[in-house]
Each structure stands twice: as C-alpha cells, then as structure tokens.
Design a protein around this ligand. Sequence first.
Ligand code: FAD
Ligand code: MLT
Ligand code: ZN
Length: 571
Amino acid sequence: MVSFARGFCRLKFTKAPWSFEVHCSVGSELFVRHKQISAFTSVVRCHGEYSKLLSCYSLLTHGQRRHNSEIPEVDRVKKDPRYDRTLRDARFSKLSNQDLVEFKKIVGDSSVLTEAFELEAANRDWLGKYVGTSQALLRPRTTQQVSEILSYCNTRRLAVVPQGGNTGLVGGSVPVFDEVILSLGAMDNIISFDEGNGILVCEAGCILEKLDSFLAEKGYMMPLDFGAKGSCQIGGNISTNAGGIHLLRYGSLRANILGLEIVLANGQVIDSLRSLRKDNTGYDMKQIFIGAEGTLGVVTKVSILTPARLSSRNVVFLGCKYFTDCQRALKEARSNLGEILSAFEFLDRKALDMVLSHSDGLRDPLPDSKHSFYLLVETTGSCFNHDREKLDNFLEICMDKGVVADGVVAQDNQQFRSFWQLREGITEALSKAGAVYKYDLSIPVPYMYNIVENLQHRLGDLAVVMGYGHLGDGNLHLNISAPRYDSKIFSLIEPFVYEWTASHKGSVSAEHGLGFMKADAIYYSKSPEMVQWMTRFKQMFDCNGILNPYKVLPGSSFKEGSRYRNVSNSS
Ligand code: FAD
Ligand code: MLT
Ligand code: ZN
C-alpha cells in the first residue's frame, strides 16, 4: 500500500511490472508499505505531481501494466491555444523499432524507456499544462553516449527534447509531439572542486540542491537558489539561464559559468570546460548556449564559480501599505544594507493568502494586521553583530519614514525557513488551487504593479490576479488563478499582458525562458532583425532543426514543410 502525508510525488517504473523508483519532492513524506513492492523500491529523488501518485496507485497495488492508449488525453486547446497553431514538422521521422535497437546499442537496454507508464511523467510538464506523446526516453551516462545519440538522431531526422529536472514553467522541457526525450539525470557526477578558488566542475544532470549540499561541506554555496532546487538540474538551470532569489547578490549564471561542454545536434562535442576567471580570446561561445533552452546544443558538463558560504544570515518579513513603499524600502535596503543584502522579494496579500491556504503548518508572520504588500529581505554576511546592527538600522529608518507598517525578524532557523516557504511555496500553492496562467515579466519597477491591478480590473470576478517576485531584479511573477482553464479568461489575458509589457519596455520572459508557451511572443521583446539572427544561429548549430523544435523561435518557422523558410528567403 502507498500513502503520503503531503508534497509532490512521482512514481517512475524502471522495469515493468514490478521494479520502480519513487521520486518525491523535498518535504513530502511517502511510505511504501507493501512488502513485495518495497523490496524493489528505491527512493531516488523528488519531483512531479500529487495526481501522478494517485494515477500510479492502482499499478502499485495490482501490478497492472498501463498501455499507451491509457495515457489520459489532455484538452490541449483549452490549456494552451498554441497547440492549435502548431503542426508537427513533416520532415521529422517517426520512431521505428530499428531506432530503439540502435539506441540500446548506444546506452544499453535499461537506459531506453518505452513503456507508457515509464514515459508519463517525462511527457508532462510540472504544471501539467503541456503534454507530449514521446515513445522513447533515453538516459545516457556519458558525453560520448549523448554524442552518439544526437549523431544518430540527426542522420535519421529524429527530433529530440533535452530534459533536466522537468521543472520548467514554459513548456520547454517536454515534447510537443513525439520527440525523443533525452534525459540528463543519469549524468550526475561531480568531477572536481577547487577549494582555494571555489570552482566546481560537474556533469549537467546534477541536482541544484545536491550541489549546494556538497559545497556546504567545503564552505561554499551555489550562486543560485529557488523553489525547485530539489529537482532541477544544473544543465537545465544553465539552459534557462535561471535567476532565482540570489541573483541580486551573486549575479546571473552568465556571470558565474566559467566553462561548458556542449554536444551539438550533429554529435560534435564542443569542449570549453575551462576554469578561468578571465579569457578574452575571441567570442565567448558558451554564452550562446546559456539560456538557449536546449535548442542549440545539449549541455553535458559545467564549470561554475561558487561564492563562499557566509555564516551570518538574517531574514525579515515586512508589511507595506503601498507598492511605492516597497520601492522606497528597496532603496533604503540598497543604501543601508549595501554589501550584505542577499535577497529582496515581494508578494502581495493575495499571494500570501494563496500560500497560507494551501500549505500545512505555515502561518501569517504578521497576524495582527493585514497589509497589501509583503517584503522578504535577506542579509548574508560574515559577522553576525555587524549584520544585525545594519539590519536594525535599516528597519528603524523604514519605520521612522513610514515606509514599512510592520515587520518581524526571524529568530531561529525554523522561522528563517518558514518565512522563505511563504515566498517559495506560492508556485506549488497556485498549482494546487486550480488553473494558473503564469507570466514572468521584467518591468521597470515604478510601473511593475500597475499590470496586476489593470488585469484584475479586466478580469473582474472571473479570476484572482496576484503578483510576487524578485523585486530587487525588477522581475514580476504575474499569476492568474481560476477554477479552470477557460478561453474567455485567456482572451482577456493575452495579448493584453504582452502588449502592456512591450509598451512599458519590459521583457515577456525575465527568467523562465520562452519554451513552447511564449515562442510566438518573442517579437514583443525582440526586434525582427534579432529574431532573424537567432534563427540563423539555430540553422548554423542545428541545420536539421532536430533539437527542441517548436520552442523559443516563433511558429512561422514550424509550419509543415516550411521550417525557417522566412529566414532563408530573406537571406
Ligand atoms: P527542465 O525543466 O528539464 O528544462 C528546461 C529547459 O532547458 C528545456 O527547454 C530543456 O529542453 C532544456 N534543458 C534541460 N537540460 C538541458 C541540458 N542539459 N542541455 C540542454 N538543454 C537542457 N526559474 C527561475 O529562473 N527562477 C526561479 O525562482 C524559479 N523558481 C521555480 C520554482 C518552482 C517551484 C518551479 C517548479 C520552477 C521554478 N523555476 C524558476 C523554473 C525552473 O525550475 C527553472 O527554469 C530551472 O532552471 C529548470 O531546470 P530543469 O533542470 O528542471 O530543466
Ligand atoms: C518564483 O520566483 O517563485 C519562481 O520563478 C516560480 C514562479 O514564478 O512561480
Ligand atoms: Zn522567480
């Protein structure tokens, strides 16, 4: 019997019908009590959705096998109209039995997964909004194997979707149609760590949180951190140029990645796995692969600069009346906390209510009064007394100036964590609450919250609009929560959100990427000339377009038989 207390769980069967792995999210509790089954169980790591656990329950208890026809059909048009506009590229081959034989020669039988129940979780994105119909998932263990797989797929014109932890929020990590899934999860070795300089070299499939735990023992930390750290992989982070809560302090991945090993679509391995801080020998090729979302090459190894793990960390939870007060508080934090400021996050009251109503054990840190906005301000330094003095001074100034209405400093580790859970738990809470339309925008801070209010006005009672995000980076997470996906709601949101963002000189993707969801929206943030040059890059690195098709670049490139025609015509 399988039971669970809370959290997100996924069961992944490796050898049907009885052998399987259990994947569950950090903080979830999952128990496998059936004797026969537990003998075969290995608890591996966390990921996936609660609903998947339920769907696998009967398999566990009855040992039945699922067949392809039993994969639940998703009402794609309802969930994302982009499916309706996207045709399968007819130039891609369909997977054959011979292909599977060849894949098995490269990676071995057990690393080629083809059963529907084995593929179910990998075919579906974290939000359950994008679902593909891939028939094969490959788990290479070496760069050489990745190279041979891609070389084979390129020759056969088989489309491939690289997949890391599958925590992406824009439908980039799952197949749109029947693309082969190339999972990097088995490439999770740490290769070296330079303790004097904080330079870590590892394989792309390493889980972010595991890398951080490894570094903790050496007195270092990963320069990026966010809610999905227990499942996302460093290769996926690099491919999305992930941001998170510490970008304000440590900068983006672009600044911290020292080298990469990449496998191109034709199987060629590009080795730029250097560990140098400075290297001005020509073009910095690795930058083009950072944030390329698996469309230009597959990241297989990484060299990354990691900061020292400092011993003194504080977090305060503040309540503000107006969004302008949040901005004033940010200015005060910059000038009064200076070098110890490590995070400056905000959430509005609706986001706080959302997380409080869907997370057990969390409570409002400021229960005596409700505020329209909340701030989470973190400091990280090397001297507790010094940091605390600065923090107290900052709080005093904010209170004196009336910038902050109320606030509380975390008194211990447990409170520190629970404050952060209030911020990091919003994403999961929203996904439990029903349908969620997510937008990840960069907007000049003075106008940032206007779009939340405007959109709520447009939607009226149809949905609840909320805002949270990385205020210190000018990054708003605009989320619309509704009981179910609905075309009327969608038509009130898009293109309004994109048009509004473009008219305020913002970006339609601050940190999540474009994936499948926003490929057509690229023109709201990039000029036609820039998109044309991007398409040329794509052609240059992946001339058959097999790597993560239908993602990042706009849909005109994907109409049957006319891939990239626009660009070739104009060149
Ligand atoms: P996947 O989701 O598997 O893939 C993402 C993209 O990268 C896909 O296009 C995929 O094809 C490609 N890819 C993956 N691995 C490789 C590889 N080795 N080589 C080439 N391409 C590859 N993102 C943020 O930026 N900031 C946040 O604060 C943040 N918070 C989140 C919180 C939650 C709860 C969740 C669920 C997600 C959050 N995300 C956030 C989004 C997501 O976690 C990040 O985009 C993350 O970097 C994706 O990593 P992944 O390993 O899961 O990649
Ligand atoms: C966050 O900052 O919480 C993430 O980017 C996820 C989200 O946008 O919900
Ligand atoms: Zn974010």
